[in-house]
Write a protein that binds this ligand. Structure first.
Ligand SMILES: [Zn+2]
Length: 127
């Protein structure tokens, strides 16, 4: 995506996701997503693009509404459990789904009625 669109990639992110990314940074501290630009191995933890072949075919990553977050001081499991137990915290109000049983924190802002809380998703592959 960046090779093709450069800084214009910002236009593809869902604003709810970006707002929530900032809020998660405030709650959990230093956050890591992609690090390919610094020589790391993480490429597809944020925006993937609609024609990306990485992850699930209907992944919210493809439309800029999901992140796979890792935190310096909190594990993905700890962050996930905290969010699920504190769903009414205003910092998490725009999160509509979270993947369970993955080492990182996959969260997203898919268009979904949140009346019954955050949707726990059980992926069959790392989405
Ligand atoms: Zn993900």
């Amino acid at each position: 995506m960046f090779d093709r669109y450069g800084e214009q990639c910002w236009q593809f992110f869902n604003p709810a996701m970006l707002i929530t990314a900032d809020l998660l940074r405030k709650v959990f501290g230093v956050t890591y997503v992609n690090d390919w630009h610094k020589g790391g191995d993480n490429h597809y933890k944020g925006l993937r693009g609609i024609d990306c072949e990485i992850g699930a075919t209907a992944s919210i990553h493809r439309i800029g509404g999901a992140l796979d977050s890792k935190f310096k001081n909190v594990s993905g499991r700890e962050a996930r459990e905290y969010i699920m137990k504190n769903q009414d915290d205003s910092s998490f109000r725009l999160i509509t789904a979270i993947e369970m049983h993955v080492s990182h924190l996959h969260w997203d802002c898919r268009n979904r009625n949140r009346t019954h809380g955050i949707l726990p998703v059980y992926p069959t592959q790392d989405g």
